[in-house]
Design a protein around this ligand. Structure first.
Ligand SMILES: *[C@@H]1O[C@H](CO)[C@@H](O)[C@H](O)[C@H]1NC(C)=O
Ligand SMILES: *[C@@H]1O[C@H](CO)[C@@H](O)[C@H](O)[C@H]1NC(C)=O
Ligand SMILES: *[C@@H]1O[C@H](CO)[C@@H](O)[C@H](O)[C@H]1NC(C)=O
Ligand SMILES: *[C@@H]1O[C@H](CO)[C@@H](O)[C@H](O)[C@H]1NC(C)=O
Length: 655
């Protein structure tokens, strides 16, 4: 913490001049250590002008879960009556009380009413203040900070606001936040690792990318027989497993959204090799590109770790939804990349200002060679289904940041958008197999080293999979030696939890409470299949969100990458396949004048019979066998894999 004598004396002076009723102030935000790479330089000229912005707390958040249930629960009369963006903006605008109380504080502190503006999105109060005024108002001291790149920034170490305003103010800028994203440290290989909070999602070392099995060719031949889906998965294997036909519709506005984070990039000739073998009419077909924050489909660096994810996602999604189109949201330039929040900013401009520079990219990119165009705040349309095969460890971000982002998924859910995320590939461990060190501080505290080498430690759930407003998809595999055609003919479940190369991400949140739609499923699982682990391994209170929600095959995918076919593994495959199936359900609903399915979890849990229950296999990690698949929902394969005919019948029966 930093206090100069100048600050203390100025506060004393301010104190004697302030109104007779002294309002106790409390620390609102505080940084324990500066972000890596920044050095504090000089105090600021007290007459300099700071563009102050106060983020007001949103109204409506208490009612939000009910509102979302209203439009998403199959028993609700309002099922499918999605909101407009304007409805959402109004419902979550700060309350009059919030606006009035914060304005009263500013005016009583000498910031004239005529200087204060409320933003168009209603969420912000904005005014210019001298450093002197801002320091008095927030009981703080500003300094210029300098990044090793030479970039300057104005910040303080902590600030205070009146105690009674705590519930009305999210945060104030500029204060403790830094407006430049700092590059990831090189990971070291010691047994305890520092959390890497800043690694861009598309980083080729990111643990959320799919895993390469073997390249096909020579002796390892491409097989196209449904009898051998236990060794190679192709689009037709998926159609057989989940009983869905090739698509025929292409309703306007029902493109499937696939999000990719640069430098991950698809290769056009790979799509063509895949199409030539599996969907000949599509040779030459490409996704519709929505470039966000300078997002480019780069072709400078080519390898599995740069092309595997995008090729996999697009080859399967484009084939399964054809003749419907796929919209590729390519996010971030090649220097800084982008985060989930950067992507959400492009869909909803009012979310932009809540970015956290510790986790999100800054545009225009301040770094050499970066994208210099303006940041994309709003202006991009959300497709009805959006699939993302990237993920963080929940532990890598702060709970406040995660809740803000999660609320944004809720708002898009109200508007009828389904967000689909992969659940991770390391079982109960996090990306790269990391587990949380015993005795480590809670998420959001960055004062200590906190990850083990993965052989022991606490389970490490994935975000946004733990956000209760998205659908998290785990991975299954065809049981080795199983002929799926025979199995399906005899009503034998051909699949189990994926235990080849990868293990389905699953577990319980340390941040998000148990949502109502999932409560019976989670409690039933604890009762009927009590796990052999205690609170030292995971939050076993039965009061936190469990994931995944559902699953789909994630093993032995035949994918064309860099000119060759390879076998690929991961929930990275499960997510776009599940999203494709939902898109087909939307086609059928739109064809008869109904709305998109929107947020599916309330319906999914209310109708367990539309899923193929997966009851075998586990998701090992952190030196344990992990959890086990079981009858009913479980934290390995969720409710199970989609049974398309039943899912379709259900959704056609809903309003
Ligand atoms: C990391 O691994 C390298 C080579 O594998 C080794 O030389 C080095 O000593 C290791 N560092 C630590 C901190 O274990
Ligand atoms: C299938 O892909 C291979 C590349 O592995 C390619 O050589 C071949 O021409 C493709 N098959 C067809 C029918 O186009
Ligand atoms: C850091 O965490 C470890 C456990 O991971 C603990 O043993 C150690 O005392 C902590 N150190 C500090 C300085 O808090
Ligand atoms: C588990 O979650 C519950 C509910 O959020 C919380 O009260 C409890 O403190 C958590 N337990 C641990 C060990 O973190």
């Amino acid at each position: 913490m930093f206090f100069s004598t100048a600050l203390v004396s100025s506060l004393l002076v301010a104190g004697t001049l302030a109104s007779p009723v002294s309002i106790p102030n409390a620390v609102h935000e505080k940084r324990t250590s500066p972000p890596q790479g920044w050095t504090r330089r000089d105090a600021l000229d007290r007459r300099a002008i700071l563009p102050m912005r106060i983020a007001l707390t949103q109204g409506g958040l208490d009612q939000a879960p009910d509102w979302l249930m209203d439009v998403s629960h199959p028993d609700s009369e309002k099922f499918g009556q999605h909101w407009s963006a304007k409805d959402v903006a109004q419902a979550f605008a700060p309350s009059d009380e919030t606006v009035k109380s914060v304005k009263a504080w500013l005016t009583s502190s000498g910031i004239g009413e005529n200087r204060i503006k409320q933003s168009q999105s209603l969420g912000w109060l904005e005014f210019d203040a001298t450093v002197d005024e801002a320091e008095d108002l927030l009981e703080t001291k500003y300094h210029v900070w300098e990044h090793i790149s030479g970039q300057p920034h104005v910040a303080c170490d902590e600030y205070k606001i009146p105690t009674h305003l705590k519930k009305h103010v999210d945060f104030v800028t500029p204060t403790v936040h830094f407006d430049a994203k700092i590059r990831a440290r090189d990971a070291d290989n010691s047994s305890i690792k520092k959390r890497d909070t800043k690694s861009p999602l598309g980083n080729p070392n990111s643990g959320s990318l799919p895993k390469l099995g073997q390249w096909l060719g020579g002796k390892n031949k491409l097989i196209q027989q449904l009898e051998q889906c236990d060794t190679q998965i192709t689009p037709n294997c998926l159609r057989a497993l989940y009983e869905f036909p090739p698509n025929v519709y292409a309703a306007p506005g029902n493109s499937l959204g696939i999000v990719e984070y640069s430098p991950q990039a698809y290769v056009g000739s790979d799509l063509d090799i895949f199409f030539a073998n599996f969907s000949t009419r599509q040779v030459g077909d490409r996704p519709t590109l929505d470039s966000i924050d300078g997002g480019v489909v780069q072709s400078q660096v080519m390898s599995f770790n740069y092309n595997g994810e995008s090729d996999l996602d697009l080859e399967y999604a484009m084939t399964l939804v054809y003749p419907q189109k796929v919209t590729l949201y390519q996010a971030g330039d090649l220097v800084e990349g982008a985060s989930f929040s950067d992507f959400l900013d492009a869909l909803d401009g009012s979310f932009c200002a809540s970015d956290d520079p510790n986790f999100d990219a800054t545009y225009p990119d301040p770094l050499p060679g970066g994208y210099k165009g303006p940041k994309n705040c709003g202006g991009f349309a959300a497709t009805k289904v959006i699939s993302t095969s990237y993920g963080y460890n929940e532990y890598d971000l702060t709970p406040a940041y995660e809740k803000r982002q999660c609320n944004e998924y809720m708002k898009l859910g109200l508007q009828g958008v389904s967000f689909i995320f992969s659940s991770g590939d390391y079982g109960v461990a996090g990306n790269g197999g990391q587990c949380i060190a015993p005795g480590a501080p809670p998420a959001g505290d960055y004062t200590n080293t906190t990850y083990t080498d993965g052989t022991y430690g606490r389970f490490n759930p994935a975000f946004p999979s733990t956000c209760p407003y998205i659908t998290s998809v785990g991975a299954t595999q065809v049981k080795p030696g199983t002929n799926i055609i025979k199995a399906l003919a005899t009503h034998t479940q051909p699949e189990e939890a994926c235990e080849t190369v990868i293990y389905s991400g699953g577990g319980f949140s340390n941040v998000f409470p148990l949502p109502s739609y999932q409560s019976a499923a989670v409690k039933g699982w604890f009762k009927n299949h009590p796990p052999p682990y205690g609170a030292d391994r995971f939050n076993n209170s039965q009061q936190t969100r469990g994931f995944p929600d559902v699953s789909a095959n994630g093993a032995n995918y035949v994918v064309a990458v860099d000119g060759q076919f390879a076998l690929v593994y991961g929930t990275s495959a499960s997510a776009p396949v599940f999203a494709s199936i939902l898109t087909l359900i939307n086609e059928a609903r739109l064809a008869i004048g109904k709305k998109s399915v929107g947020f599916i979890n309330p319906t999914a849990y209310a109708h367990p019979e539309v899923w193929n229950d997966i009851t075998q296999g586990g998701n090992q990690g952190c030196g344990t066998p992990g959890f086990s698949s079981a009858t009913g929902w479980d934290p390995v394969t969720g409710l199970g894999t989609p049974n398309f005919p039943k899912l379709l019948k259900l959704y056609l029966s809903l309003p």
